[in-house]
Design a protein around this ligand. Structure first.
Ligand code: NAD
Length: 286
């Protein structure tokens, strides 16, 4: 049974704001939090703009835009999440940060609330172990951009209980998404395959196998992918790609998962892709 209607979203970056939008469009009450001053407000403004584009396209009526926005409230700290049925964590892909946050969420929420992570690669079992409710901790891996992409990868930690899994799968379906279930293995299904591919594109660029444009065009026209690897890496965020690659390398332990030096350098330079205005390509506004 899906009884999840009051939902916290922690992290209001590109994923958190997309998750907040689809939840509110499905009728949920959403409480949005971000630790960075002004980030939740910026997230809400981006949601408003996204809804505005739907109204222009005729896929959302203007009154519904107001109603959807009215279902999202900003909470300045985690105590505002006390009454939630579910909290979805979507902060940066950093194991220490997420571990700390799960311990804090365990204190801040009712013991019966479900705590989900949108992590791309970090162990759900490990996050669950930071709490006193590992049975209620689960992975809910949305794809980017959340309102457009139809998949949610649901990840069960070793301790995740059936009721938690069933409630999250039901919510995913209510959001109009298709759910696949992945084991708690580094990168789960999607990023276990995607990140080595994106990383290899960086290695090929490093070795001058082709230019950024030629590698992207080669993959789009040669493999019928909608985006080239560099376009996709810029969309995901190069810091996020590197974070996932580091988890795959550390946890799977094989050289073939080692992050490309070029990827490390881009992140060190602050060239994070679309969100910073520059990655493999340049963008007008982040
Ligand atoms: P992002 O950089 O756009 O946003 C991260 C947000 O988290 C920022 O606004 C930051 O201020 C906030 N934050 C950091 N520490 C916080 C804390 N302690 N409390 C509250 N907020 C905090 O990153 P993103 O692309 O939205 O990625 C977020 C998560 O989603 C990551 O785990 C990532 O792996 C996962 N994910 C990303 C993609 C993608 O394509 N980018 C796809 C699927 C899943």
């Amino acid at each position: 049974m899906d009884t999840l209607s009051r939902i916290g979203v922690v992290g209001a970056g590109q994923m958190g704001r997309g998750i907040a939008q689809v939840l509110a469009q499905a009728g949920c009450t959403v409480l949005l939090n971000d630790a960075l001053a002004g980030a939740a407000e910026r997230g809400l403004a981006r949601i408003d703009a996204a809804l505005g584009r739907l109204v222009e396209k005729g896929t959302l009526v203007a009154a519904e835009r107001t109603a959807v926005l009215g279902r999202i409230a900003i909470v300045p700290d985690l105590t505002g999440l006390e009454g939630c049925d579910l909290v979805i964590e979507a902060v940066s892909e950093d194991q220490a940060l997420k571990s700390r946050l799960f311990a804090e969420l365990d204190q801040a929420t009712r013991p019966e609330a479900i705590l989900a992570s949108n992590t791309s690669s970090i162990s759900i079992t490990l996050l669950g172990a930071q709490t006193k409710r590992p049975g209620k901790v689960i992975g809910m891996h949305f794809m980017n951009p959340v309102p457009v992409m139809r998949l949610i990868e649901v990840v069960r930690g070793l301790a995740t209980d059936d009721a938690t899994y069933d409630a999250v799968v039901a919510l995913g379906r209510r959001l109009g998404k298709q759910v696949v279930t992945a084991a708690d293995s580094p990168g789960f299904i999607v990023n276990r395959l995607l990140i080595p591919f994106l990383n290899e594109a960086c290695v090929a660029l490093q070795e001058s196998v082709g230019t950024v444009a030629d590698i992207d065009t080669g993959i789009k026209l040669g493999l019928n992918h909608p985006m080239g690897p560099f376009e996709l890496a810029d969309l995901i965020g190069l810091d996020t790609c590197l974070g996932i690659a580091e988890v795959l390398h550390a946890q799977l332990g094989e050289d073939r998962y080692r992050p490309a030096v070029l990827l490390r350098r881009y992140v060190a330079a602050g060239w994070l892709g679309r969100k910073s205005g520059r990655g493999f390509y340049r963008y007008d506004a982040p």
